[in-house]
Structures are given as structure tokens and as C-alpha cells.
Design a protein around this ligand. Sequence first.
Ligand code: BG6
Length: 516
Amino acid sequence: MPAHQPLTGHDRPGDPCTIVIFGASGDLTKRKLLPALYNLKRLKLLPENFAVLGVAVTEGNDEIYREKITADINEFATEPVEKAEWDEFVKRAYYISGDFNDAGTFQRLAAKITDVQKTHQLPGNVLFYLAITPTLFAKVVEQLGAIGLTAETEDAWRRVIIEKPFGRDLASARELNLEISKSLRERQIYRIDHYLGKETVQNIMVFRFGNSVFEPIWNRRYIEYVQITVAEELGVELRGGYYDHSGVLRDMVQNHILSVLSLVAMEPPTSISGDSVRNEKVKVLEAIRPMEPEEVIENTVRGQYAAGVIDAKNVPAYRSEPDVNPKSNTETFVAMKLEVDNWRWAEVPFYIRSGKRLAARTTEVVIGFRRAPLMLFGKQVDSNVLPNRLVLHIQPEEGITLDIHAKRPGPKIEISNIPLNFNYREFGESTAATGYETLLYDCMIGETTLFHRYDSVDASWQIVNPILDVWQALPARDFPNYAAGTWGPESSDELIAKDGHRWHHYPLAIPPCAEK
Ligand code: BG6
């Protein structure tokens, strides 16, 4: 599936609409949202008639904003910018500045939307993107509701994309949901998770349900364990202020990792669009038993990085990063064992780990199959025969590896493990993308599959919250406990070794033709 191609296979452009971006001068807008909208335009998936209206605190006007985003796109576009295409885009860009706590900003916004709609003869559809700090989500939605901007009519939709994190624990997520539900119906709320915009994450569904050979063995009879690793080489960069109040459990596990896990573990949906997939995802999350306090101690490991070396460069400890408390107890690494209590997965451990400043940047899902029931080739040969594994490589390389065994040519029986590799780079055309294209497009056609419905957010917090509680009650005493550039604390290896397993890291070979 080439990048940008919507999962559901639609190829009509999105509905004509006005796209209002709150947080228009922020990082997310310049690095991801504008490049993604521009990519959609090139692909003719953006409606011909559209307008982009930026809202931010920074002083400015349409002219200044157009100049700014022209400079930004030249820096952040995923491909060289075509001037004619961009000129068409930029003349549809508008801006207002204002404080999000001030009702006056929303009055001016409403008037500006009406003006822009008149200028371009746009219908009443409006997509609001909240690329702002989470503490303002409820406020902005309340103000939009108060001035009537969230009200839909028969021929005008109003949709709101909300960035993560959705709450900082179960109680605050519930409260936020309650607040925004006063102005929006669930079908108008698009809770975004950029992992679901990743090509290979979407491919998990195609791989599982588009092939008949895997589903029959996708269960506890054949699968011994599942591992999900989301490892980053980067540290907290300039986000120390946010991260120090978050930690990896909230930042990565509650959303991205549980989302990937639910796609790997869910039952087949009856259709690929609308609520079918979301119904199945939430069922899996609900089947993950929240841990009792003693299970948290037994089945989870946390870590924080000390100084170390990455790519031959010295990097500082987490506690020395900008805007991080020098005595911080925030975790930058987590490993845990989860159990999915349903018929398909009972007693199959799901090991997950994620962290910053690890030895490599990689996101991969390893499905470990059970050994063949009878080993036939003699003790010495058999000991080389590892159980089969299937690896879904999500990044940086995208692809799939199936480890099988084959006889080496020759008179003796010698068995080798052979990786059958499929690398996306070798597969058809694929265009550079930000990962936000599919998600923005889906919102413009009203396709909700790839967005979190509230029940799955709630279910994820129910899994994470007991861990947060125990960790808060028992602050870590050994932080920092891993050096930057390693695979995390030793206790992470011990956690999985208790069950007779070890963590796998399978870099996918880059096809020779694609090597730079
Ligand atoms: C974000 C987290 O959601 O995902 C970041 O807030 C993290 O801390 C990022 O670095 C990872 O995304 P990706 O696409 O680079 O794997």
C-alpha cells in the first residue's frame, strides 16, 4: 500500500471545508500538519475548495502568516515544494491571533470563518484541529460550543481533532470527556494517535485479515508470546517541561503501544470502516486485566537514563536535560508483561517495552510461535532450530520478516534459520509522508476507524492507572538505572527471562537497491 493511500480505499478528495488549526504557530503545525495538507493537495485528496485558518497567540495577520508558512513548508515539506501548487495553497491560508481563554477570540474566529467561507464559496463544513497544550482542550471546545461553532446542520459537518494526551490519568480523562461532550457528540470527536497513521501499523490489519494463512494460527495454540518494542534513540529534546510531568507510561504506552497491541490481538472485525474495528479494539483492551499492586511490582520495570554514548556522541543524563527537575523520578523506560484474558490469548504473555535514549530507534512487533511438537533431526541439529518468529517492522524500516528453517545444501542434515524478508522499500511506489496524511484525510471524509473512541481511551487508562498509582506510592530508588545508548535497565531483561524468554531486536535489512 503506497503511503498516503487511505486504508479504507476511498479515492475521492475530502469534503470541501475550512480547516481551523489552533496552535498555528507551533511545532506540530509547521513540521507535520502543513506538510501533510500540502501532500494531500498534491495527491488530489485535499478538496479543491478548502481554506486553512490558523489561530494562535502570536500577533500576526494573513500576510505575515502566508510568509511564515511559505518559509516553513520549504524547510519541512517531505519533498521539494512545487511552486505553482504551493501558490494555490497559500492563497487559501488565513490567520487570526488571540488568547484561547478570551471569548472575544472566538467571536473574531466565527466572523473570520464566515468571511473565508464567503470568499471561497465554501460550504459550512469546518475541521478544528487542536494542536495545543492539553490543558486548553476543554476550554477551547467549550468556547467553540458557546458560540455555536460546533453545531452541525444537515449539510455542514463540524469535527474536532484532539491531540494526545487525552487526560493524564483515568479520572482526568473522564472529566475531559465529560467536558467536551457538552459541546460535541462522539462522532464529531477525532482523538488522534499518530501511530495509527503509520503505514505499517495500518498494514497489521491488512496482513492479518487480507491473508488467509495467518489467522488460523493467530492464537494461543500456536503463539507462545508477543513482544512490542518502541525504542527511541532521542532523549527528551526540548520537551523536558512536558515530559517530566508525563513519563513514558503516559507518553507512549497508554496510547501508541496499547493501540498497536489491540490491532495485533483483536478479533476480526466485520468491516474495515466505521465502528467495527473500534468495537474489536476496545474488547481486547477490556480483556487486559488491570494489575493488582503486587502484580505491578512483579510484572513491570521502570527506568531512567543516565549519561551515555549514542552514535559515538556523549549525551547527558535525563536529570540534566533542560526543564527537567535535577532530582526527577520520572521514568523514561518501561517494560511490562500484560495478559489478555480471552479465549484467543489466555496465558500468552504480551511483553511491551519502550524508552528514550535506547540503543536503537526501532518499533517492532515480534510474534513468537511455539516449537514444532516433535524434534526429529538429532540433538545437535535440533538445538539450532529456534521457534519460528514473525516480526512486523514498523520503523525505521517498514516490512515483515518470517523466520523459518531450511536444510543447508549438502549430504549432512544441517538446519539454518532463514529470514524471509519483505521490505516496503522494495514494494511499489511510496511517497515520503509525515504520517498525518491519512488521518487528516480520513477526518475530511468522516472516516473514524483510525481515531480513538472514548471507550478505548478509558480502557487504556484502566490498564495504566494502577501502575501509575503504585509507582507514585513507591518512588523508584535506583534512578538513573540505565546508561543512554543501552537497552534499558537489567531488570528489563530479568523480567522476561523469568518466563524463559529474551527480548528480540531484528533490524530489517535495507534492500541493496535502496541503500544510499
Ligand atoms: C509522541 C511522544 O507521541 O511520539 C514522543 O510524545 C515520542 O515522546 C513520539 O518521541 C514518537 O513518535 P515516532 O513517530 O517518532 O515514533
